[in-house]
Ligand binder design. Structure first.
Ligand SMILES: Cc1cc2nc3c(=O)[nH]c(=O)nc-3n(C[C@H](O)[C@H](O)[C@H](O)COP(=O)(O)OP(=O)(O)OC[C@H]3O[C@@H](n4cnc5c(N)ncnc54)[C@H](O)[C@@H]3O)c2cc1C
Length: 311
């Protein structure tokens, strides 16, 4: 393990692996990533990992376009291909005229960045996604670049490219303390020794404040529980002859994508629940929170009404 480097990235989820990769792309190759367990053993491995081009402003659309282009490139890398379903598109549903107007405004803004979105009516939504009912549906926003990626493979692919460029990755190496020096440089203390560096990146996901505390700062963020379920095979999907586009419903607050020949349905809970506020079990690794479907019953009803195949 190095004892001196320019940047130490702490955390090997998508944030840390992507940071490490992008540092090497900027020419900073004397950089390391330190992970307490294996790569993607925090939140990332369990992500629904949907990759949309949609964003509320041009900066977000630009960032997402960058990610999509990078992921396409990684997926096509024959040495380490990543499973990336893209090109089947996605629909953001609307059941009010105000939403449709918002989508038209958004599509026009994105067009200014050479990113194409299409505003489509309810019949066209159902033609592109044969499982949905058009009851109380006005239309939607079509994102031809929508898709989903294998999040664990993605992290490995980014780390692999960073390593090829000169970065080093130390797994099973928990960071136990941080010391800042008078010249603003740092010593990162790990279970396997110390590393001196100019800059520390805290990419510790739900443990961000454990590492923040080592720096004497509290980051104003909190973790929320998030649930999705996966169905058994649905015959209509296998028979369709194409992958189902993603669905996002901002009114009923759910998303839905194809998973094998079934569906994965996740919920944006309004009455959401914080997690880990009183400390996190050090053994919570590659782990899940218990189900609590009662919290999402109302949202479930909206999803069932839109996709009768779920009932
Ligand atoms: C069910 C679910 C569905 C989701 N769906 C989507 C989606 O469709 N699209 C989307 O964009 N996002 C989605 N997300 C969100 C996304 O998965 C997370 O935002 C993302 O994975 C967070 O990545 P991260 O790198 O910040 O954190 P993590 O993946 O948690 O990584 C942090 C890493 O830091 C390490 N670490 C912690 N403490 C230390 C220490 N002291 N020393 C060394 N290492 C340490 C951990 O072991 C861990 O590997 C979803 C999340 C969930 C839970």
């Amino acid at each position: 393990m190095k004892t001196q480097t320019r940047v130490v990235v702490i955390g090997g989820g998508i944030a840390g692996c992507s940071t490490l990769y992008h540092l090497t792309q900027e020419g900073m190759t004397d950089v390391v990533l330190v992970e307490r367990n294996e790569l993607t053993s925090g939140t990332t491995w369990h992500s629904a990992a949907q990759v949309t081009n949609f964003g509320m402003n041009q900066t977000m659309v630009g960032l997402k376009t960058h990610s999509i282009n990078l992921y396409k490139d990684l997926a096509a890398d024959f040495e380490y291909p990543v499973n990336y379903n893209h090109g089947d598109g996605g629909i953001r549903l609307a059941n009010t005229e105000e939403q449709m107007e918002g989508y038209r405004h958004f599509a026009s803004m994105a067009r200014g960045m050479d990113v194409e979105f299409e505003v489509i009516d309810a019949a066209e939504c159902a033609r592109r996604h044969p499982l949905i009912s058009t009851d109380n549906l006005i239309g939607g926003l079509w994102d031809g670049n929508d898709g989903d990626i294998d999040p664990a493979q993605l992290c490995q692919a980014l780390a692999r490219r960073a390593r090829k460029a000169g970065a080093e990755v130390y797994r099973n190496t928990p960071v136990t303390g941080l010391t800042q020096h008078k010249d603003d440089s740092w010593t990162v203390h790990t279970e396997h020794g110390d590393i001196d560096c100019e800059t520390v990146v805290n990419a510790c996901g739900y443990r961000v404040n454990e590492v923040g505390a080592m720096m004497g700062v509290h980051h104003p963020v909190m973790s929320m529980e998030h649930q999705y379920f996966v169905t058994e095979d649905i015959p209509a999907i296998a028979e369709a002859g194409h992958r189902m586009p993603l669905l996002r419903c901002p009114i009923s607050d759910y998303y839905c994508r194809q998973d094998k020949n079934g569906l994965l349905v996740g919920f944006y809970e309004q009455d959401c629940k914080t997690w880990g506020m009183d400390g996190i079990d050090p053994h919570f690794v590659n782990a899940l929170c218990p189900d609590d479907l009662d919290r999402v019953t109302d949202v479930l009803e909206g999803a069932f009404a839109r996709m009768p195949a779920l009932t």
